[in-house]
Design a protein. Structure first.
Length: 439
């Protein structure tokens, strides 16, 4: 026990030293965010408006891209007087970020003390690189730490980590060393023997995080093989992938708590974090969220080196109604669900359908038939779909699924249902719910 306490102290001190060197603003931002938990919704909106005005003024002065855009429509920074005035600012797209990358940056005209290069994964073929100022990076990390605090978890607590593992030998050594410093054990291979070793290593972990599909697979392995269950887990956080409802029973059984969600992107920062009552609260201190035809539009209020104003992130969302009151006590509005990706089309023989249909098919099965399924749909040619289902289905369950598919696609699509199927993952072990090879 004394040895454990000494190790906790060691990793805490390492973390705090690293924080001061890399993110000197983090501590003060974290305290501010914790204080904001007591603010009313009106007070939070006042804070948002203040930060929006400051951001628009800065951006107009230092970003060639935004100055040109605003001048073109005759918009001046002083025209932003209320939060509703944000709608006067032109919409930003991923194509804008790629095509006008240098012009969007403010780093030519403003000398930031410290910058970090950030990259998006580019899984759809449009990888993005940009520079993030230290305050924005610290704010994002502080937002995550605040979310952890809702589960009584500290960033330096021992954790298990599921992520991509395309590392060469020397990168693995370097990564293992840094993981040791931050008190984290990472899984480098998803072979069964390595998963079993991983489970043994995290028996004293306080939290686990990473790809939701791999957390689920590990939970299944623990339950099926009756492996010793980690007894100290306070938080299980899934990121980067869809968290299927079908995951939760296995995860609860293996780790003692459900899998919670952290929602965000590299360019937007943390958008929402799930509280202990099960609701994803919008990180109002850092972002403004709008909706257009159910599509999320995000303004990052903090990042000034690469300003993100009214950005179409590419997700469909459902917002909880405005007068909803969460039992956790936070007044921050709630994102009820992230329902799917924008721009993915399903091609029938005659018609084109949104991939959002898949979300509703499986939501209906869960809600109306108590049938929770883990799924991946693949389209290789027009008019044909493969529904790959991880679970083993009975004849009646297949019939229920077939009827639901027909409700949405009629006779315009032929489909196969493959149950007890292995779901395809990309080179980084990331699971997508819909994959299309149709040009």
């Amino acid at each position: 026990m004394v040895q454990d306490f000494k190790m906790i102290n060691f990793h805490k001190h390492i973390y705090l030293i690293g924080e001061q060197l890399r993110n000197p603003s983090l501590s003060s931002i974290y305290k501010e965010l914790k204080n904001c938990e007591n603010l009313s919704i009106d007070e939070l909106r006042v804070l948002q408006l203040q930060r929006l005005k400051e951001l628009v003024n800065f951006t107009y002065a230092h970003s060639d891209f935004y100055k040109r855009k605003m001048d073109k429509i005759g918009l001046k920074p002083n025209d932003i007087k209320t939060l509703k005035d944000i709608s006067k600012i032109p919409i930003l797209t991923k194509q804008d970020l790629l095509q006008y990358n240098l012009e969007i940056h403010t780093t030519k005209k403003y000398a930031f003390k410290k910058l970090f290069k950030a990259n998006t994964s580019g899984t759809t073929g449009d990888a993005l690189s940009f520079y993030k100022d230290e305050y924005a990076d610290s704010f994002n990390r502080a937002s995550i730490a605040r979310g952890y605090s809702w589960y009584n978890v500290k960033p330096w607590d021992f954790s298990g980590y599921f992520w991509g593992f395309n590392f060469n030998f020397f990168q693995k050594i370097k990564t293992r060393f840094f993981d040791y410093l931050v008190n984290r054990f990472r899984l480098f291979s998803y072979k069964e023997k390595d998963l079993i070793f991983f489970v043994k290593k995290i028996k004293k972990a306080k939290y686990i995080e990473g790809y939701s599909s791999m957390i689920f697979q590990t939970a299944k392995l623990i339950n099926n093989k009756v492996l010793p269950k980690p007894k100290s887990i306070k938080m299980v956080k899934g990121t980067s992938e869809k968290i299927y409802h079908s995951y939760q029973d296995e995860v609860k059984k293996a780790f003692g708590s459900k899998m919670i969600s952290e929602y965000g992107a590299a360019e937007t920062g943390i958008i929402a974090f799930e509280c202990s009552a099960g609701n994803m609260h919008i990180n109002m201190e850092g972002v403004i969220i709008e909706q257009a035809d159910d599509e999320i539009i995000v303004t990052n209020l903090i990042m000034k080196s690469f300003p993100i104003l009214r950005y179409k992130l590419g997700d469909y969302i459902v917002l909880e109604h405005s007068n909803y009151k969460c039992s956790c006590g936070l007044n921050h509005p709630v994102i009820k669900e992230v329902t799917g990706r924008v721009g993915k089309n399903v091609y029938g023989y005659k018609n084109i359908y949104p991939s959002l249909y898949f979300y509703y098919i499986f939501k209906n099965l869960d809600k109306n038939k108590q049938l929770k399924l883990t799924y991946q749909i693949i389209q290789k040619e027009r008019g044909k779909l493969d529904f790959n289902i991880s679970e083993k289905l009975s004849k009646s369950e297949k019939k229920i699924l077939s009827n639901e598919i027909i409700k949405y696609f009629g006779n315009d699509v032929e489909f196969n249902i493959n149950d007890d199927a292995d779901l395809f993952k990309d080179k980084n072990q990331k699971l997508k719910s819909f994959i299309s090879y149709v040009k």
